[in-house]
Design a protein around this ligand. Structure first.
Ligand code: GRF
Length: 184
C-alpha cells in the first residue's frame, strides 16, 4: 500500500478532488492531509471526507528550516511514500525535500510563469495556450523535474476567470492520473 500525504494552504480544490478520486483506489492510502494555515477552507473539506488533518502553522517558527523540521516531525510517524503539494503556499528547503519525495502542481506550462501568479501571467502573456505542470519539488522555486504537462487554450472570448476554471478542470484530471502512474 502506497501512503500519501497532501499538503495545502487554502481552499483545497485539488485536495478534495484527490481525496475523492484516489481515496478508494486499490494500493493507495491517503494517510493524512496537512496545512500551515489554521483558517484554510480545505480543512473542513478533508475532514468531511474522513481524512485526518494535521496543522503546523508556519508563523510559529522563526525560519524556513525550523518550519520544515516541524513538518518532518509531523510526517515521520505517518511514513508517507509520497508527499503531494496541492496549493501549499510555502517554499520548502532541502531539509524537507531531501527527506521526502515530493511533487507539486503548478498552473502554467513551466518553466514559464513560475511563482504565485501562474494563471494570471499565462492569461496576460498573449500566448494562445497555457496549461498545467506536475513536477518534482526541489530547492528551486517551481523548478524540479517535469513529470506531466497539459495544455489549456486561451481563447479570445476568455476572461481570466473563465480561463482559470478550465485550468482547474485540467488539474483535477491530470494530478490524480499522474500520482497513480508514479505509485502504481
Ligand atoms: C492550484 O491552481 C495549483 O495549481 C496551485 O495552487 C492552486 C490551488 O488551488 N499550486 P486549490 O486550493 O487546490 O483549489
Amino acid at each position: 500500500m502506497a501512503r500519501i500525504v497532501i499538503l495545502f494552504s487554502g481552499r483545497g480544490g485539488n485536495l478534495e478532488n484527490l481525496i475523492r478520486k484516489l481515496g478508494d483506489k486499490a494500493g493507495i492510502e491517503i494517510a493524512a492531509a496537512l496545512t500551515n494555515n489554521p483558517q484554510a477552507d480545505g480543512i473542513a473539506k478533508a475532514q468531511a471526507l474522513g481524512v485526518k488533518v494535521l496543522c503546523v502553522p508556519h508563523k510559529e517558527y522563526p525560519d524556513r528550516e525550523s518550519f520544515d523540521r516541524a513538518l518532518i516531525a509531523a510526517l515521520e510517524p505517518i511514513g508517507p511514500d509520497l508527499v503531494v503539494l496541492a496549493g501549499f503556499m510555502r517554499i520548502l528547503t532541502p531539509v524537507f525535500t531531501r527527506r521526502f519525495e515530493t511533487i507539486n502542481i503548478h498552473p502554467s506550462l513551466l518553466p514559464l510563469f513560475k511563482g504565485k501568479d501562474g494563471v494570471k501571467e499565462s492569461f496576460e502573456s498573449g500566448m494562445k495556450v497555457g496549461g498545467v505542470t506536475i513536477h518534482r519539488v526541489d530547492e528551486t522555486l517551481d523548478g524540479g523535474e517535469i513529470l506531466a504537462q497539459g495544455c489549456v487554450p486561451i481563447l479570445p472570448t476568455d476572461t481570466e476567470e473563465s480561463y482559470r476554471e478550465r485550468v482547474h478542470a485540467l488539474e483535477y484530471e491530470l494530478y490524480p492520473k499522474t500520482i497513480e502512474e508514479i505509485l502504481c
